[in-house]
Design a protein around this ligand. Structure first.
Ligand code: FAD
Length: 402
């Protein structure tokens, strides 16, 4: 073993939100932390619509200037153009995502025990033994380093995950920012069977600037063009354009010997919206506690990490992510007519009001429980239940397991 190889307690791959926040949470410990990021600048490329529920401020202290806008209405548009409007106490934040990624980097980077290697690509890892102790040897584009724990915060296409045999199903996103005259208080979601797997969106950033995008599993460029054409948007007016990848599914296996996965690499993302910020911040706190325990007890086994991280994440967000996935699976088979009918039911009964009161962007269990108790909704859903009773049983199990 080369004695010149640098040795760290933790090596975090990825300095986006998950990696930076985890590093910040642990920066005040005496753990030696390395963060490896392939891009030279934190926060870039920008790839986010930046809409986050008010849980954000319960999870982190956030400077005012990171919040660009708040929306009071979620407008959900059916393929025909008919829409429902949901308002309530949620008032989601529209954030400056680049600034949020940089916030935790700035807070962590000057600690003596923390090092960031930017513009350096993680390439592979293998387990090694050193003085009878198990370590992870990482190879980057510039060097080899040794760490007791490796944390994969390397996003939807995680290489750390791939080497461990974990592969996320992904969908693709395309977004522009442009000046416009839409409503500054409305976040709009456009549902259509044409936009498979997700929806089109308009998110008001403030100052009459809007983030307009769409995500889909296939032909994203064509669908984006079609979507913006339908909205009558002149693409020449764009300020800038972003692409991006969103993991799609339920949370993966995230605990391994000397390794854990966090954030998009762990698929800690809502399948209904592609939103991952609240989920990853929640899981980062669990990961930080788990890592402190690992070093306190000198236990880095998969079993220990599973008990102190994977299971706690599953109980905090796992069931909710399953519900998001089941809702998404249902929306996947909706025809144009189904959307119309469902919207009509929501409009004509008192459900719009119910969603406004009980709707939770992140944790939908309560509202789903209330919705399927409504006879009109239940009757509408019967056809889908018969098509896939297994999925429905799964949903009932999650809802009734308190
Ligand atoms: C278009 C779009 C819109 C979105 N809108 C929202 C939204 O409105 N609300 C919301 O909550 N969520 C949204 N999301 C999801 C949210 O952005 C993600 O959940 C979040 O960014 C995940 O953070 P992360 O740190 O886990 O991963 P990422 O942000 O994907 O970061 C991974 C990091 O790892 C680095 N990396 C990868 N591989 C390597 C390697 N081999 N070596 C070194 N570095 C590596 C990358 O460069 C990157 O910096 C959106 C996503 C997209 C794509």
């Amino acid at each position: 073993m080369d004695q010149n190889i640098e040795k760290f307690d933790l090596a975090i791959v990825g300095a986006s939100l998950a990696g930076n926040y985890l590093c910040f949470l642990l920066a005040n410990t005496n753990l030696r932390i390395l963060v490896i990021e392939e891009h030279k600048e934190i926060g870039l490329p920008f790839q986010c619509a930046g809409i986050v529920s008010q849980k954000l401020v319960q999870l982190i202290d956030i400077p005012k200037d990171i919040i660009l806008n708040r929306v009071s209405v979620a407008k959900i548009v059916a393929p025909s153009g008919k829409f429902i409007q949901l308002s309530g106490d949620e008032n989601p934040y529209v954030i400056d995502r680049i600034a949020l990624d940089r916030l935790f980097y700035e807070k962590a980077k000057n600690h003596e025990n923390v090092r960031f290697y930017l513009g350096e690509k993680f390439e592979s890892f293998k387990y090694i033994k050193d003085n009878h102790e198990k370590f992870v040897l990482l190879k980057t584009s510039k060097r080899e380093v040794k760490a007791k724990m490796l944390i994969g915060c390397d996003g939807p296409l995680s290489l750390v995950g791939k080497i461990l045999g974990i592969k996320n199903k992904v969908i693709y996103a395309s977004q522009i920012r442009m000046k416009g005259t839409f409503n500054q208080n409305n976040a709009v979601m456009y549902f259509d069977p044409k936009w498979k797997e997700l929806f089109g969106w308009i998110v008001p950033e403030g100052n009459q600037i809007y983030r307009i995008g769409i995500a889909s599993s296939k032909k994203i460029a064509t669908k984006f063009k079609l979507f913006t054409k339908t909205l009558g948007i002149d693409l020449k007016q764009k300020i800038d354009q972003q692409g991006g990848i969103i993991p799609f599914g339920m949370m993966n296996k995230i605990a391994f010997d000397n390794i854990l996965l966090l954030g998009d690499s762990a698929c800690q993302v809502k399948a209904t919206t592609g939103g991952g910020i609240v989920m990853l911040l929640t899981c980062a706190k669990i990961a930080a506690n788990c890592l402190i325990k690992c070093f306190k007890t000198n236990n880095f086994s998969k079993k220990f990490i599973k008990i102190n991280y994977e299971k706690l994440c599953a109980s905090k967000i796992g069931k909710q992510l399953k519900i998001h996935y089941i809702i998404r699976s249902l929306l996947e088979v909706f025809t144009k007519k189904d959307f119309e009918k469902f919207f009509q039911i929501i409009k004509t009964s008192k459900i719009e009001h119910l969603i406004s009161i009980y709707g939770d962007m992140d944790f939908p269990k309560e509202i789903i429980f209330k919705l399927i108790k409504n006879p009109l909704v239940f009757t509408f859903l019967i056809r889908f239940i018969l098509k896939d009773p297994h999925l429905f049983i799964k949903l009932l199990k999650i809802l009734f397991k308190r």
